[in-house]
Design a protein around this ligand. Sequence first.
Ligand SMILES: [Zn+2]
Ligand SMILES: [Zn+2]
Length: 649
Amino acid sequence: MPMTPLEELRHSCSHVLATALLRIFPDAKLDIGPPTDTGFYYDIDLDHKLTAEDLAKIEAEMKKVADENQPFLRKEVSREEATEIIKKIGQERYKLGRLADIPEGEKISFYQNGEFIDLCAGTHVRYTSKLKAFKLLSIAGAYHRGDEHNKQLQRIYGTAFPSKEELAQYLDQLEQAKLRDHRKLGRDLKLFVIDEDVGPGLVLWTPNGSILRQELQNFISEELRKQGYSQVFTPHIGKLALYKTSGHFPYYKDAQFSPIVENDQLARIATEGCSCAEMTARLDAVSAKFADEINRRAGKEIIARDRVKPDEMLLDGFLLKPMNCPHHIKIFASQPRSYRDLPVRLAEFGTVYRWEQSGELNGMTRVRGFTQDDAHLFCTEEQVASEVLGCLSLVKVVLTTLGMSDYRVRVGLRDPDSNKYTGDAANWDKAEAACRAAAKTLGVPFTEEPGEAAFYGPKIDFVIKDVIGREWQLGTVQVDYNLPVRFDLSYTGADNAAHRPVMIHRAPFGSMERFCGVLIEHFAGDFPAWLAPEQVRLLPISDKVGDYGHKLLGELKAAGVRATLDEHSDKLGAKIRRAELEKIPYALVLGAKEAEAQSVSVRSRARGDEGVTPFTVFLEKLKTEIAARALPEKAIKPSQSKETSAGSP
Ligand SMILES: [Zn+2]
Ligand SMILES: [Zn+2]
């Protein structure tokens, strides 16, 4: 695919970065320097560990290279000449490997700017002086070719924009993002921890974070009930055979935890002296009967003969579930279904486990165990369109409530020139039309992306924009014609004959971990009252109003409000600061006058000092705000604010 002008600009910066780097560190060995969605990087191998000061030096040198107004010159060469050039410039360590990646018959080209020459297919801007607004941002470790077994290189990240204004805007956004970082806020607000002893990428939800998650789950569950879903619970593991039927094993085993082998079988193969390689092969294998059955259902050979082993060689085990689908399928299949029962909508906050490389892990947003807001819908072909629409309207309600009204959807369609897709063309046409029609009715921007469908059906992805303009890919809705075949699902139609249902997989928010991570950043930890782990803090000015504090605490708790009483002996100012740091939506100051009048002095996190109010009035307003799941800025209407007695700014 040709580069966009912005990618060209950013990629040209990679070359200029390498040019400057080699002027300062002539021994650096270069790997690759592609553009990214937000900038560019270059992976380099250098004994010296780069520091922030080095980055500043390199960036200053890059400015010089830009000022030198060097043209980017392309030179096409033969493979032999390419090898010669790479050796001549002393970049054999990685560039020879990169040269070998270029398929026979494809053009091999170098680009030269000034003294620097790099193996590259292009393209670039014409002169280095076109690079007017760039910045080096950070250094990170990156394994050569993304493989943990390879050497870890230093990756220099930078960004570039066509104008200085756009760069400044982006840098400001980065600054804000730092303040909102869910890993930092997660620690500060005690929302979650990740403990190396439990395992990297495994989130421990602490009491505060658990409240946030539970409130969200309650909210989503309410909406699901309105839409006619049934809640189910399923175990965290399932037999390997289940995933061999679904096709999740062994095809995706790089992304899964290794299987759990049953104790007696493990003991048996240990006495046989079975090797690890043999054990793996036996776990992957299936019986002839199993292969025949799946192939018969599919109508073609989807399980190859080389996976078949004699029954006595087979090894059974369990998989930590990578997906919830097979479990839900078994619930659907557990009783005869008629067309009158459809659609069957099974929902579960289902925890799944995936093996992510440790370098890919990131707070709550890239983890190894996560709970999907999952559901599987089993319906007739005629129902696909309305069910997809139902999924989308659920997303709309939830995102709007959370103040995330800026989002777009991507409709992934099949690539008409590819034959990797299962199912017949007529079904595909119908499903794609259904997804497209559903996306249209949403009233938000959507793009159609041919080639982005899953192999078993079209899908719709949600990409939300948070308050500082960053995009987050959340979950997805997928139409599936494949698994109902593999599991031989059926229902009885009005014609009394057996029909195949269509399945829809949907996890619109992805996972609770990822969604909460995004929410923490979206709200910068300032949650609306309904989500806040602690909604109200009572701040008595002195011990004398301690009894009044306890009385109000009791009333708040009785009303279901999450409240605490700050009985520390320090000054009111310190108590207020603490409540602010912990981002408590409401702090109520209690003095002798308030106790006398059964009132409270209200400090709202969102709106500041709201003056003195009768406690009962405050409580009623708060209950309304929580029940309405109101956003902070919406919480108070001009008509309501009259109720406060004291003049607040
Ligand atoms: Zn290039
Ligand atoms: Zn699924």
